[in-house]
Write a protein that binds this ligand. Structure first.
Ligand code: UD1
Length: 419
């Protein structure tokens, strides 16, 4: 298993162009299955989750060429039958294949996606909503069987604005008769990116980015070439790294509106944020103010995917901060590892109280999930001395080359091989 070795205490300076978005590219890759031909996706990040997705698509008959940041997917002939636990377990996002697969093949069997390290992550909203479009679903012994003779457009109200369910429904709706309305839909920027992709493919789609999305099914689909949006979570991670370690950085390739909630928190902590010609600039003196009452929420609220990274930064801020996690129940697990580095964090249910300390101390810590791993990397940059973050494989699921990026900004970080 590989790890990161970080020598802390260096400020970050310089400019960086942010990689393409993981949470946008995965559903877009899934949506390429809707078209019986070739689709080209650019800005594709070279990360483990994309590799897993490519592996699954290849196994069902797609012909895929991946060159630099360009993915060329030929889905002319596919046969989709059983999505095994091996696939679903490796990458939770494989559930995103459901909508497109039913739309295209009408019959899909998948093993129930089990628990995940950041929480239970059920799929009931996905399944109940698909049933409203005419999909017949049976569940037995952990296997979900979906069958549809024909899909029909419907008005579907989501009990929660689930990102994955909204994406699955958008894709299934492309193949349905008539119009599908998704009410209380997720409004995340990645939903808007998927809608832009589908629109380019020829689909008539309205209201993406609002709580009511309409999709006209059975439009004539065509060959599409599309560039995915920049990764707002990667951008947020690097902005938080600079906030915690100090320095001045500028990021390009990311939409400012997509991380407004984070920029607001950075300003409250005492960082200077500026919108530049190229993107976003952030300057930090390192010793920041605490922030009370941070709540993770669906977009445009503060994203759960940046919560662990923010926690690392607040661990070194002056005074007492408070974070409430409302999306995933196990997203505070990194607090324990931060505690080994000297952070003072008390967790009770979904509330974390963080009392800032003067300095974190480098030590040996263990990443348990993707964003938690990124949080430990930030803590390592802030800390005195050396930090080893074990299980870098988690971080590689979402960051193309975090060592290269942070080194470019002046950090001292490298990959080392463990036992
Ligand atoms: C979630 C995040 C998304 C993030 C992604 C990867 C939100 C709203 N969603 O998307 O921003 O990028 O993880 O970390 O922040 N739920 C159900 N039943 C379902 C589906 C979801 O109860 O069928 C619950 C989940 O347990 C969770 C909440 O709804 O508490 C949000 O889930 P959802 O948005 O679907 O998760 P992802 O699509 O994975």
């Amino acid at each position: 298993m590989s790890s990161y070795l970080i020598s802390g205490g260096r400020k970050l300076y310089g400019h960086l162009n942010v990689q393409g978005s993981k949470n946008a590219v995965l559903p877009i890759i899934a949506a390429s299955l809707l078209y019986e031909g070739v689709t080209v996706i650019r800005g594709c990040p070279d990360i483990l989750d994309v590799w897993y997705m490519v592996e699954i698509l290849t196994s069902i008959g797609c012909d895929i060429v991946w060159k630099e940041d360009e993915l060329r997917i030929d889905a002319s002939e596919i046969a989709f039958e059983h999505l095994s636990r091996e696939c679903v377990g490796k990458m939770r996002s494989s559930i995103l294949l459901l909508g497109a697969a039913i739309g295209r093949c009408r019959h899909v069997v998948l093993d129930y996606p089990g628990g995940c390290t950041i929480g239970k992550r059920p799929v009931d909203i996905h399944l109940k909503s698909l049933e409203k479009m005419g999909v017949h679903i049976t569940e037995q012994d952990g296997v979900i069987c979906c069958e549809a003779e024909g899909l029909t457009g419907a008005e579907i109200f989501l009990p929660y604005p689930s990102v994955g369910a909204t994406e699955n429904l958008m894709m299934a709706a492309v193949m349905a008769d008539g119009v599908t309305w998704i009410c209380n839909a997720a409004k995340e920027p990645e939903i808007v990116d998927l809608a832009s992709f589908l629109e380019k493919m020829g689909v008539m789609i309205f209201g993406a980015g609002t709580e009511r999305i309409g999709i006209l099914g059975k439009c004539h689909l065509k060959h599409t070439e599309y560039r995915v949006m920049g990764d707002r979570i990667v951008a947020g991670t690097y902005l938080l790294a600079a906030a915690g370690a100090g320095g001045e950085i500028e990021l390009s390739g990311v939409d400012v509106q997509s991380i407004r909630s984070l920029l607001h928190i950075c300003e409250t902590m005492g960082c200077q944020v500026r919108i530049t010609d190229r993107g976003i600039g952030l300057k930090s003196t390192r010793r920041l103010f605490s922030v009370k009452d941070i709540h993770t929420r669906p977009f445009p609220g503060f994203p759960t995917d940046l919560q662990p990274q923010l926690m690392a930064v607040l661990a070194g801020a002056r005074g007492e901060s408070e974070i409430y996690e409302h999306i995933f129940e196990n997203r505070f697990r990194t607090a324990e590892e931060l505690g080994r580095m000297g952070a003072d964090i008390q967790i009770k249910n979904n509330r974390a109280v963080i009392r800032g300390v003067e300095r974190l101390s480098g030590c040996h810590v263990f990443a348990k999930d993707l964003r938690g791993g990124a949080s430990l990397v930030i803590a390592g940059l802030m800390a005195e001395g050396d930090t080893i973050v074990e299980n870098s494989i988690f971080v590689e699921r979402g960051y193309q080359d975090i060592c290269k990026d942070l080194t470019q900004l002046g950090a001292d970080i490298k990959v080392i091989n463990g036992k």
